[in-house]
Design a protein around this ligand. Sequence first.
Ligand SMILES: [Zn+2]
Length: 440
Amino acid sequence: MTRRLRLWLQRRRHPGRYARLSQLLHALHLKRSELLQRQRADFDAIARYAAAHADYYARRYASAMRHAGRRLLPEDLPILEKSDVIAHRDELLARGLSPHDTRLGHTGGSTGSPLSFYYDDAKHELMLAGMMRGFMLSGWRPGQKVLYLWGASRDVASGGIFGGPQHHWLSSEMTVAAVEYSEQRLAGWVRLIRRWRPVLLYGYASALSELARFVIDSGCAPPTGLLGVYSTAEVLHEEQRTLMERAFSCKVFNQYGCREVPNIAWECRHGNMHVFSDMVQLESVADPSGDRLLVTSLTDRVMPFIRYALGDSGRLIEGECPCGLGFPLMQMDLCRNNDLVRTADGRRLHPAFFNRLMYGLNQVSQYQWVQTGPDSLQLRLVSRERLSPETVDAIGAAVRDGVGPQMTLEIAYLDAIPRTTAGKHRFVIGLSDAGMAARR
Ligand SMILES: [Zn+2]
């Protein structure tokens, strides 16, 4: 089966998606200034549309709209918090749309409470077209095979974001549920990659790096013919990237987006994250806990997301990329706000501190640090054997040294570490500000 035949079949099956893709590809040739001009106009248009069509925005934007003879700018408008989306979901839906026109999507609790949102087929198709454009930055071409290691079993079970489990021999994509995996399943994935020969892998940093570790540890012949591995939905740590590049002999690309607002930024072959500024407007606003990222979908007219606080931190970077794309550059911070461990004296510790303490513990296949109180930490382990008393003492001492002399450490051995409802693995779960205050 050639790529061309698969492509021809896909174009016939999804004409809307391919039409959107051609429009999106056109933007790859635009200059930075042209993209910026277009983005400003799109922002103004979506904000006015939201104020005119959704009760929530009509109310919140009333004063901004009163003196809006000029083009609306982000700073004219209030921030949309996740708590607002949870409390006012139905008011955020554009008027005139019935539940029959839309579906309800769900997102997990990696950065807070689970949240649901309305979307329609057009948003879904645009998301997939945007992903195809993102993949093309690696050299991938439509019709080439992609294997998705996607956590949420509902996606695989109900034909959600990436389509159903029924794999057809003509299809160029396949999804395997990566919610949980044993060594046996990892071995099965390696066999699947060898047999089906995808060109790209796409999935959670944790699942992909576990697969990489398995390939290296088991000494099995590594998969060949991969053009790239795409890591998404979780923070991608440098050691995970290195491990994957070693195991799969290809470049690893980071991708940033969420279910509510997909296709925020994609990494190019030069290792830079480009904001897809024809689809979103990304802002970074200074906050005591870091630079908060706010995103606006420039295309979502079902349930507009405007200046939406994702719970991530990062910043926009000046300058051009050697790849020549006009899309602006951004940098993610290596953690999400609630992945920080907070100390009694008000400091916040980055997950990298805790990840580093696990180096060399090869018997441990999974771990998770959980802050259970202002002065208590639990280290959850899935391990072939228990840590030696000396190792436990050394970790305890490093924690007291780095976090605080009162910090106590409890080690818990588990059969499996539960994932978030969306199937993500979290290395560190911090105590929320509210929890910290309540426990004092
Ligand atoms: Zn680039």
